[in-house]
Design a protein around this ligand. Structure first.
Ligand code: SR1
Ligand code: MG
Length: 437
């Protein structure tokens, strides 16, 4: 292991695994093999990768199944001409291990990690479905927003200077600071590419005017730069780093967060903003789906209600954890400074301000995440399923117009009600960015 970054020093021996190799690897793992049951010759394997970067398979046996995942030395969706460090699986496994005692049932169980092959075996989630696809179909899940609120509250509190001594936090920072390849993707695809001309941008031609307007908007780029800088310099807590609706699997009763390969230290509002951005994207995309009007409006109301639930649950749970865990040893706000009545009163104000700052971050990061899913690489299915590119561009323009206003006029969005109220006002945005307001 590297003394500084805790990353396996040598990955010689790495090879891309075939489906037969994966069966053979799992046959060597007593816990996974017992879950599958029977003999390896009875197991079946299928490719279920639907994200952009990793190889993912489901292996089923007579008694059960597991999920197998390997980091490839390139971006899977793009091909070998876009090289990418395969060691990202180390960070995904490290994230799962670090959070397992914190978030418990809200993530799948890690069964095995091979640092040479960058190969993960984890619990198969069944009958869970990917939230993004379900939302596109108009399905609703009553618990998901509250679960994600609790997940982010617990994960962030217990990895921050509120929840652990700085020695523990710095150990985590040292580990996850090695995740530079994926951080580079985040910095480029989320914060930079939408505002420049670059080969990997993927917007529809009808949005060329909007893309140009964003490239030329210094005020907008300044607002984004402030957040880019905060993303890199505010090491507030351990983040999932890619918490969109494709990273969440659900049933009516259960929620599981998957795909932590982008894990990094950063501002807590980044994860919350990512999830909310994808609910807003779905809200706008619904406008172009062929669906009964009343059904569409009910689904859109559901999405806005989920945003409220997410924020309120996060806020209440984060404050509860802070209030009920005075002895974490966290060095941020030592309990000894706030022990008397005046101190307790002041701490209440400090906590309120701390959470309000997370909210302000959330709003800005949500807007930035909406923009990247329209103008940059890694477009989302919510929009891609709209075959008529003019209709697609119209709902994407609405998303851009809303996000631009959020970033350029933050004072208007100091509370969640204002943010939610503004969403429908941009529904009829034109393809001409100069006419949008
Ligand atoms: C190279 S494309 C990678 C993107 O897909 C993931 O879901 C992340 O959002 C990332 O930006
Ligand atoms: Mg992902």
């Amino acid at each position: 292991m590297s003394a500084i970054l805790n990353i396996p020093a040598a990955t010689s021996g790495y090879r891309v695994l075939s489906q037969a190799d994966i069966i053979a690897e799992i046959a060597q793992l007593p816990e996974a093999a017992a879950i599958l049951g029977g003999k390896p010759s009875e197991w079946t394997i299928r490719d279920v990768a639907d994200g952009y970067i990793n190889a993912v398979f489901i292996v089923d046996g007579p008694e059960g199944g597991v999920c197998a995942k390997q980091g490839l030395p390139y971006v899977r969706y793009h091909g070998e001409s876009w090289p990418l460090d395969e060691k990202r699986s180390f960070f995904e496994a490290s994230y799962m291990r670090r959070l397992e005692p914190i978030v418990g049932q809200l993530a799948p169980k890690l069964l095995h990690f091979d640092p040479v092959l960058q190969f993960i075996v984890m619990e198969k989630l069944s009958p869970h479905v990917v939230l993004r696809g379900a939302l596109i179909e108009g399905q609703t899940f009553p618990k998901v927003a509250a679960d994600i609120g609790r997940y982010v509250a617990a994960a962030s509190f217990h990895t921050s200077d509120l929840g652990v001594p700085f020695e523990r936090k710095f150990e985590d920072i040292a580990t996850f600071s090695g995740n530079v390849s994926l951080l580079r993707i985040s910095v480029d695809l989320i914060f930079t590419d939408p505002y420049v001309e670059v080969w990997r941008n993927r917007f529809v031609p009808e949005l060329a005017g909007w893309a140009k307007a964003f490239r030329e908007d210094t005020e907008l780029k300044s607002a984004v730069a402030i957040r880019r800088n905060a993303f890199l310099s505010n090491r507030q807590a351990l983040l999932h780093g890619d918490l969109h609706s494709g990273s969440v699997m659900v049933t009516e009763d259960e929620t599981r967060v998957i795909d932590g390969e982008f894990s990094t230290f950063g501002p807590i509002g980044f994860d919350l903003g990512a999830f909310i951005a994808n609910l807003v994207i779905n809200w706008y995309a619904q406008g172009a789906y062929v669906r009964d009007k009343a059904e569409r409006e009910a689904h859109q109301r559901y999405l806005l209600d989920q945003i409220v639930t997410l924020w309120e649950t996060f806020r209440a749970e984060f404050l509860r954890l802070w209030d009920t865990h005075p002895d974490t040893g966290g060095d941020g706000y030592p309990a000894s400074h706030f022990a008397d009545a005046a101190g307790r009163a002041r701490l209440a104000t400090i906590r309120h301000d701390y959470v309000q700052a997370i909210f302000e971050d959330l709003v800005a990061f949500a807007a930035i995440k909406m923009i990247r899913r329209v103008l940059s690489y890694a477009q989302v299915a919510d929009f891609l399923v709209i075959e008529d590119t003019v209709r697609r561009a119209e709902v994407q323009a609405a998303t851009l117009a809303f996000a631009r206003t959020v970033l350029k006029d933050p004072a208007r969005f100091a509370d969640l009600g204002a943010f939610l109220d503004a969403i429908p006002h941009f529904e009829r945005t034109t393809l001409d960015p100069a006419l949008a307001r």
